[in-house]
Design a protein around this ligand. Sequence first.
Ligand SMILES: [Zn+2]
Length: 301
Amino acid sequence: MENPQGGNYAKESLNMDGVIPILMYHSISRQSGAAFFRPYAVPPERFAEQMAYLYNNGYTTLGVTQLIEARQKNHIPERCVVITFDDGFADFYVDALPVLKRYNQTASVYITTGYVGATSLWMQPDEGNRPMLTWEQIKAIQEAGVEIGAHSHTHPQQLDVLPVNKAYSEITRSKELLEQQLDRPILSFAYPHGCHSPRLCQMLKRAGYTSACAVKYAFSTPTDNPFALARIIITPDTDQQKFAASVAGKGWPISPVHERIQTKGWRFVRWCAHRLPRTIRLRWRELLSRPIQINRNLPPQ
Ligand SMILES: [Zn+2]
């Protein structure tokens, strides 16, 4: 595979077809709560089976900054899988960290700094009670060799359409708070809901980050945009067969080189909607959520 900076990647140093699976987890718990959250809660025993599979089959796990450094050195480990956790739920400390330690694995955990030590209030009312990591736990996670990254301060619904100053504040405030607490540079960011844009990529670079995770439901590659890394989601329905295929580089598309025109168009629509007066936005949301009334006593035509 060609490296844009010159040189070639050794074929055997990559997974099949030169793809890099970046796994995306959220909560490791049995408690799925509201329907919308069910895909994001992987039971602890399933997570433990998956990490055991990686260990028993010779995979090397990396955090995101380790991947970026390996890319720069042109030396991506053989059978490499990157593991990420979004949001900063407290169940990571209880049900994921001991498993990672057991199998000598690592990962990146992205913290929503405005809710540290509290609950998942950005998901009120249905999922607002999930305990979040405390600062003490986050420090212990870092000491255990797991990378801590930023996931914004308040977890906005659509970071990519916020006004520039608000978006920049989300990016820098979370970085500064984590750096103050952990006394280490915070280099990686994960976009809330995966909402990213070329403008946000520039802001992250300016703020001192070296990478950012998007979603894309696709495999990353050694030449994937470091500020919009593609990830694949692991859900409670990811059985061992599907997991094995995913980490072997099968069953998902490969990250597109250029942003699709539909993605740009959809962002523009959301950008316009975000700038509508609040009263119109609320009325629009109310109309969309109203059940359809069927009049069963219509007069004959
Ligand atoms: Zn999130």
